[in-house]
Structure formats: structure tokens, C-alpha cells
Design a protein around this ligand. Structure first.
Ligand code: CA
Ligand code: CA
Ligand code: CA
Ligand code: CA
Length: 291
């Protein structure tokens, strides 16, 4: 049974190539998040970024980007923005802008952007497109010799800093040298998807590190890359996190899955998610995670 249907009508609201499902106000109910507007769970408009000069773009992210700020934060990039906006960073609960990077209009197509904890010297996630690597919470430009290509955030090694999955390679930006190092080359073993990303990726097996799914050349086998690196960090499997799980299910341009707690250097233990299997009590789940 359908509860509601949303019609754009004459509303000037920006969409992109993907939606996200996120509980932006932390009340336990998900909102429907587009690149330029958010609908409440009952189909009413929660906020629009049109007044902040946000139009269409190819990538946006909503997650816990700033451990020092309440709630969730968002970051997005813009395509041919008539106001010259290249990228922007905002409070996901109400859409208030925290910062924007602009150029003299008309701006070109930024095309790619990504978020992740690249640099432990700056608390919170870094965000980057083609304007350099910025620490999101402080809007600080971080010196870099070579930036990682802004595609897919990937947790694959043992530390809490993000790698990226780019063009069939798993790479990590080294904050001490300011350059990109390659950890593994999955494309040597199988076929990924359009634009150099895996067929699918996510934390499907075991702990919190992510798996990349490819196919063999004959397309009759799945090839799964999982980590062989030990870690001292113990986190419940990411697929049990509501925001991350929602991220894995949406279609469109494949974009990074994010958690609703801060997963990065200096993080504190994430709270147990308020979900449990049918027929299992919340206390039982709590004992599995914390017992
Ligand atoms: Ca909500
Ligand atoms: Ca950081
Ligand atoms: Ca790492
Ligand atoms: Ca895993």
C-alpha cells in the first residue's frame, strides 16, 4: 500500500543522480535526501538548498563528517552552477550552509567529489573534488602533492583512515608525504563496473572493513576482495548501521557509503544501532555487540 506520492509540480528543487536515505534529525525515522532538498518521511518538504544556490550535481554525501558537531553533515559538488558554486558543506538537519567554495560564474562541471578521514592531524572528515583537499569542519586547505581521485571511499586496511577505490585500484593518501600510494589492484583479477568502480562494494563479510565485488572475464563467477590486514579496531559490521545499509541499497551513480557515527581517527566506540532481527529482543542484540 502506498502511503504517499511526491510531485515536483512547479517547485524549483535540485536533484542529482542518486538519493540517500538518512535520519537527518535523529528521531529514528529516515528522511529522503536529494542533492538539493530533503523530504520528511511523510512526503512533506523538509528543506531546500535552492536558496543557497545549489543546483544539479553528480555527487553528494550525508554522514557523520564532523565528530565535534551535533547531527549529520553534508557535502556536495555542482555542475555548471550559474552562481559559481563548486562545492558546499552543510548541516544535514536543516540545510544551513557551513561553507561554500565558489569561482567566477559560470562554473564548470566539478564531476567528482568524495569524503573520508584522510588526515588525522585535522579532526573530522576531509572533503575533496578538484579544488584541493579540505578539512570539512574547519574548511582548511591541506597541502598535497597529489590528491586521491575523488571516487569511492573504501575502508580496507587496519587503520581508521579512509582508502579510496579508484579505477580498479585501492589507494591511500599518505598525509605524511602528501601523495597517493597503491595498496592493491583488483582490476588485475576481474571486471568492475562502469567508470572504474566495483560491481558492488560494502562490508559484507566479517568486520568493518569493506569488500569489493567484481566478476571474472567470463561473467560466471564473482570475485570478492576482502582485507587480509589485521586491525586493532573492533566495530560492529557496517551493514548493521542504518545509514550505511541504506547507502548500499540505493542505485544511481555508485557513491560512498557512510555511517551515522564518526568512523575515523580518534573515534569513540559507536553506539549499538537501534535495530534487531525479527523475534530477537534489543537486549539480546546488545549482548551480542557489547557482551
Ligand atoms: Ca528523521
Ligand atoms: Ca581528518
Ligand atoms: Ca586506512
Ligand atoms: Ca568486511
Amino acid at each position: 500500500m502506498r502511503d504517499w506520492k511526491w510531485l515536483r509540480g512547479t517547485q524549483n528543487l535540485a536533484d542529482g543522480h542518486q538519493i540517500r536515505l538518512a535520519d537527518v534529525d535523529g528521531d529514528g525515522k529516515d528522511e529522503i535526501v536529494h542533492i538539493g532538498f530533503v523530504l520528511n518521511g511523510d512526503g512533506t518538504l523538509r528543506y531546500s538548498l535552492t536558496g543557497s544556490h545549489i543546483v544539479h550535481g553528480d555527487r553528494f554525501y550525508v554522514g557523520k563528517l564532523d565528530p565535534g558537531r551535533p547531527g549529520l553533515q553534508g557535502y556536495g559538488i555542482q555542475q555548471n552552477n550559474p552562481y559559481g558554486v563548486l562545492e558546499y558543506y552543510y548541516d544535514a538537519a536543516d540545510g544551513s550552509m557551513i561553507w561554500q567554495h565558489t569561482t567566477a560564474p559560470p562554473a564548470g562541471d566539478v564531476g567528482r567529489g568524495n569524503v573520508g578521514d584522510l588526515d588525522p592531524r585535522y579532526p573530522g572528515y576531509e572533503v575533496w573534488s578538484f579544488s584541493g583537499i579540505y578539512n570539512g569542519p574547519t574548511n582548511t586547505l591541506i597541502p598535497s602533492q597529489k590528491d586521491p581521485w575523488p571516487v569511492i571511499n573504501f575502508w580496507g586496511d587496519g587503520d581508521l583512515l579512509s582508502e579510496s577505490y579508484n579505477d580498479g585500484k585501492i589507494e591511500e593518501w599518505n598525509y605524511q608525504t602528501g601523495t597517493v600510494e597503491r595498496l592493491e589492484t583488483p582490476r588485475n583479477y576481474g571486471v568492475g563496473s562502469w567508470r572504474g568502480v566495483p560491481k558492488f562494494y560494502g562490508d559484507l563479510i566479517g568486520d568493518w572493513r569493506e569488500e569489493a565485488i567484481l566478476a571474472n572475464e567470463e561473467y560466471n563467477k564473482l570475485i570478492i576482495f576482502t582485507t587480509n590486514m589485521p586491525t586493532e579496531h573492533r566495530i560492529y559490521t557496517l551493514a548493521q548501521n542504518p545509514l550505511y545499509r541504506n547507502s548500499m541499497t540505493v542505485k544511481g551513480y555508485l557513491q560512498s557509503h557512510l555511517t551515522d557515527y564518526y568512523l575515523g581517527d580518534g573515534m569513540s566506540a559507536p553506539p549499538v544501532p537501534h535495530i534487531y532481527y525479527t523475534g530477537m529482543s534489543a537486549n539480546k542484540l546488545d549482548s551480542i555487540y557489547n557482551g
